[in-house]
Design a protein around this ligand. Structure first.
Ligand SMILES: NC(=O)c1ccc[n+]([C@@H]2O[C@H](COP(=O)([O-])OP(=O)(O)OC[C@H]3O[C@@H](n4cnc5c(N)ncnc54)[C@H](OP(=O)(O)O)[C@@H]3O)[C@@H](O)[C@H]2O)c1
Length: 435
């Protein structure tokens, strides 16, 4: 074994950075055996130099140049989060001839192809296993094991915060706000949870997965995004009665008309494998023409699982360095001509929850509007009396409709017309059904 160590510079020493630094220290002997050379942490960039850290104070710096421009550092591990300055630091690391590892979904979703092209142009590589699914191996399989497949579909639960909140709403019968407060108290949701609960984080991850799955140029703005904030306890009650779970799904699907890309809450039959993915767990289901359907499941966040993916990438790159540069990075040719389907052209089934005046003939008015837009009803399932503020003596009822497959634009237009009917007090929810 060579004595001269492979040197690692860490950008960020927060939740993940600390997990990575600890793993590099505690597993130093086994990592050195796997690589054939020691792999050591040389320096770590932080903002607050005074705070107690998991590494000796002498390794800390507040100056990024001390990592990005240090000729002795071989591998830069970016764990800052956010688009900037992380993106510029990754490019600077490549420009200084360093291999890069990142867990940054935002940078890889927005700029992944550019970052990888910059690396390939310099005979370097960027590894990003931890950017999707934390410790779950999913980037590696797409970059290698699934390459022989034409991928038809990726359906994923890839945000632990929202999955925890939805699981609490389903199990505890609690509303969204209470479930969010509970998640924040346990550290599963950020004080500002918007990126998670609005579906933005999941959209970044879906962008990365869809780019890899379809070898197509996909951008975050191509993904239709709807978060979980408008879901009500009643939706979970009805879903349960009807044999469904409600999950925030990230879907990338190849259809004959184009690629669907969407993140939104969805009804999933309780028999579906993804329906039982609960709490902070993540799962990614992939369907390929040769392999059929496969499922990746595990912890999508946290210091340990994310460090597992980051350190594996460090070891992989270190092994390639040790082998004298290793295999040349392959830059996949991205198909820019693949048609991405707007949400208005998606076909699926729908659950509608409405609050209506409780009188004969109301359902006939609603089904007429649906019929006018060629939306056929699978069932009208429930009817409960509900209180409507300011409605006086007029009795109201909640009804739940399930449609057959229909086109999104037709459903949205029909919902607008239904909302305008004098007998309809409120359109409670419109949720897509994906089973
Ligand atoms: N947390 C997870 O479970 C998880 C899972 C998968 C992927 N990820 C990804 O991993 C990355 C890191 O996440 P994290 O949860 O570890 O974040 P974090 O706890 O907020 O840590 C960020 C670290 O970066 C440092 N930092 C941030 N901006 C900086 C700047 N401009 N200059 C210098 N230092 C800066 C911070 O310094 P101070 O400590 O001085 O504030 C801190 O050490 C993100 O891309 C995230 O999306 C996280």
């Amino acid at each position: 074994m060579k004595d001269d160590a492979i040197q690692v510079g860490l950008l960020g020493l927060g939740t993940v950075g600390s997990g990575v630094a600890q793993a590099l220290q505690t597993k130093a002997a086994s990592i050195a055996r796997r690589v054939g050379r020691p792999v050591v942490l040389r320096r770590a960039l932080v903002r607050d130099l005074a705070r107690e850290r998991v590494v000796p104070r002498t390794l800390l710096t507040g100056d990024p140049a001390e990592i990005l421009e240090d000729p002795t550092i071989d591998i830069v591990v970016e764990l800052l989060g956010g688009e900037e300055p992380a993106y510029q630091y990754m490019l600077a690391a490549l420009d200084h001839g360093k291999l890069v590892v990142t867990a940054n979904k935002e940078v890889m979703a927005k700029h992944g192809p550019e970052v990888l092209a910059r690396a390939a142009a310099r005979g370097l590589d960027v590894a990003f296993e931890a950017s999707v699914g934390g410790g779950i191996p999913v980037i590696g399989p797409f970059r290698l094991d699934l390459l022989a497949n034409d991928i038809q579909e990726v359906t994923a639960i890839i945000n632990g915060t929202t999955n925890y909140i939805l699981t609490q709403m389903a199990r505890g019968g609690v509303g969204y706000s209470e479930a969010l407060r509970d998640a924040q108290a346990l550290g599963y949701a950020e004080p500002d949870p918007r990126n998670d609960v609005e579906g933005i984080d999941a959209a970044y991850k879906l962008t990365i997965l869809a780019t890899l799955a379809f070898h197509a140029r996909v951008r975050p703005e191509d993904v239709y995004v709807e978060g979980i904030t408008r879901l009500a306890a009643a939706d979970f009650r009805y879903a349960h009665e009807l044999g469904y779970a409600i999950k925030l799904l990230a879907i990338a699907r190849q259809t004959t008309r184009g690629i669907e890309l969407r993140v939104h809450p969805a009804f999933l039959a309780s028999t579906d494998m993804l329906a039982s993915v609960d709490g902070v767990y993540n799962a990614v289901s992939v369907e390929g023409d040769l392999v059929g359907r496969i499922l990746f499941y595990g912890r999508g966040a946290g210091a340990g699982p994310t460090a597992s993916a980051v350190v594996a990438d460090v070891i992989d790159l270190a092994q390639r360095l040790q082998a004298g540069g290793g295999r040349a990075p392959v830059l996949p040719a991205l198909d820019t001509a693949r048609r991405l389907l707007p949400i208005s052209e998606v076909w699926t089934r729908y659950y509608l929850r409405l609050v209506v005046v409780d009188r004969p003939g109301v359902i006939a008015q609603i089904t007429k509007v649906l019929g006018d837009h060629e939306i056929s009803l699978a069932s009208v399932i429930q009817k409960e009396t509900v209180e409507v503020a300011g409605a006086g003596e007029v009795a109201h009822a909640e009804i739940v409709l399930m449609t057959h497959r229909a086109r999104e634009s037709a459903v949205q237009q029909a919902v607008r017309e239904i909302a305008a009917l004098p007998v309809v007090a409120q359109v409670g929810s419109v949720i897509r059904v994906e089973s």
